[in-house]
Write a protein that binds this ligand. Sequence first.
Ligand code: AMP
Length: 279
Amino acid sequence: MTQVIRTSAELREKVATWKRSGMLVGVVPTMGALHDGHLSLVREARKQSDRVIVTIFVNPMQFNNKDDLEKYPRDEDHDLALLEAEGVDVLFAPGVHEVYPDGFATVVAVSGVSEPLEGAFRPGHFEGVATVVMKLFGMTQAGRAFFGEKDWQQVQVVKRMVEDLNVPIRIIPCPTIREEDGLAMSSRNVRLSPEHRALAPRLHAEMQAAAAAIRAGAPVTTTLEAAKAAIGAAGFGAWDYLDLRSAEGLRPITELSEPARILAAVHLGDVRLIDNIAV
Ligand code: AMP
């Protein structure tokens, strides 16, 4: 049975009993509307921890767009059934007031790695992420936290924060889970129209083609411009970015002298798709 907990006080008691018997606690932070990408993190958490907490909290602080927050899919009953089937011990699903009570006044801001890409196009997003993740780490007292590489920059921001603030938790990045046609799974995909859903995998396909070309020695800038043009011509909306970056620091690079990734964000209808792959 998965126990649903809504207050940090109750969660703290639960975790304290586990820790007294020497158990390693793993946490998987999510915003719900769970899919196989989330469940892959849960399975990894089960493998690497004695007890698993999944958190579901649609964090208003990390949404820079009110419409996106309102339209964010929510289905806790279905999520709970999925978590039961995975043998999750606790679903921690606090209300907004539990996380941000009156008088709440602290922001965790990670500079550097949070600034380009998502940080540039979603002002305040990573402050919201870092703040809520820090709080979830405090509330769950977990020893390991599992994050998806789907949100590559988020993983880098969280790792930086944990190192800088001496948070006693190990961050475990997990690979991106994709639909059979290559589209990275995302809770927002359900909002794609049928035509846009059919088009969406082109993003990953063009990114892969660009990565292969760059690996084979093609010039970076023209290759990325060509990929952008192809995706635009296919019927996608506006680009936020399609960049080659160093994998760790996310510095812009024009040569493959270190581990690198292509990261992209593009609009399709009123959904914003993000993806990233190793080059
Ligand atoms: P979200 O609910 O979108 O905030 O995501 C919660 C966690 O699941 C984050 O660590 C995401 O990176 C991860 N995640 C989301 N989609 C995927 C995916 N397709 N593959 C792997 N992890 C994912």
